[in-house]
Design a protein around this ligand. Structure first.
Ligand code: NAD
Length: 315
């Protein structure tokens, strides 16, 4: 069996060639960072505009997904959903699947945010086809993708985690091994469920404070140094003023868009249902962010949920 992917992947010229599929808001800048670190990257995207932008940014591109993966040691995917990923792995219609097109023992590295079950299924398919599989969803957004400061939450066998870590460290600042296949996705959705719930809690508290005559600064000064302290309050504060860098100070320009929070909470909801967890706040947060996204919040920062709560409180 050929060995296109070495047991330890080093930076620069010795590293296995990378096929990078999905050159959108996140994938585009992540691929640029790999190229700048000396990796041989061949990109592909189904959208011609994404290919053109990638080429303008110095990424070599292929005419098809199959052409991109031929000769690659790593196939990195950064796609919108699990369905996109599974379709790409298996192939659809006359499009050959990536798993069949790749050389044996290729490492399939998926950085998309998808259902835990889909991540496990993708890994099973890859392994059954004679490959290696890693799920490594990210947090940090487009800013983190551009700056190379993403956090990677990784589900992988220990030897695959070790092999892929140097590459992830090029694109990110923190790389956490969470367990075996699917564990990266599990960590991502658990974290984002905390985030969605806590942003709603902080926003409700600010609106209640307004009704009770508290200034935003007074509530912030107390809660940020007391047991109400959390990231939603101290970094992404949903009211303008106390944290000058938070999206509230720029009319809720994202940041982390409401559509992405709604997506991640739906993934959390799916996992809550499939595991039978007796959760109440996770499903409620999912419904609240679905409404927010459907009613104009999709492109706004998720902290803009406070304006919905305030508007509904005024009725
Ligand atoms: P995006 O829509 O900008 O990019 C996805 C790209 O994949 C698109 O360019 C699309 O054309 C391409 N694509 C779809 N099917 C393909 C296929 N079969 N082959 C090749 N390319 C294909 O989305 P994004 O914002 O870059 O997000 C990508 C993933 O990262 C999502 O799963 C998202 O949830 C996750 N994520 C996004 C952010 C963010 O802030 N944008 C943050 C964390 C995680």
């Amino acid at each position: 069996m050929s060995e296109p992917f070495p047991s330890e992947l080093s930076r620069g010229e010795q590293a296995a060639p990378v096929a990078f599929l999905g050159l959108g808001h996140m994938g585009g800048p992540m691929a640029v960072n790999l190229v700048n670190a000396g990796y041989a990257v061949t990109g592909f995207d189904v959208m011609p505009a994404a290919l053109e932008t990638a080429e303008a940014n110095g990424i070599a591109t292929a005419a098809s997904a199959a052409a991109a993966v031929s000769g690659a040691g790593v196939v990195l995917t950064m796609l919108p959903s699990g369905k996109h990923l599974l379709d790409a792995y298996r192939g659809t219609g006359d499009q050959p699947g990536l798993l069949a097109a790749a050389a044996p023992n290729t490492l399939f590295l998926d950085c998309s945010t998808i259902n835990v079950e889909e991540a496990r299924e993708a890994a099973e398919l890859a392994v059954a086809a004679g490959h290696r599989a890693v799920d490594a969803p990210v947090s940090g957004g487009v800013v983190g993708a551009e700056a190379g400061t993403l956090t990677f939450m990784v589900g992988a066998l220990p030897e695959d985690f070790k092999a892929v870590s140097p590459m992830l460290e090029v694109m990110g600042r923190r790389v956490v091994h969470c367990g075996e296949h699917g564990a990266g996705q599990a960590a991502k959705i658990c974290n984002n469920m905390i985030l969605g719930i806590s942003m709603i809690a902080v926003s409700e508290a600010f609106v209640l404070g307004e009704k009770l005559g508290l200034t935003h600064q007074a509530l912030f000064d107390v809660a940020s140094a007391a047991s109400g302290q959390c990231w939603a309050l101290t970094t992404n504060c949903p009211v303008p003023g106390p944290v000058p860098t938070s999206p509230a100070n720029r009319d809720y320009q994202p940041g982390f868009a409401g559509a992405l929070m709604a997506k991640d909470l739906k993934l959390a909801l799916n996992a809550l249902e499939s595991t039978g967890v007796a959760a109440q706040l996770g499903p409620l947060a999912s419904a609240i962010y679905d409404d927010f996204a459907a009613e104009g919040g999709a492109g706004r920062d998720f902290s803009g949920i406070i304006t919905d709560i305030r508007d509904k409180s005024a009725r």
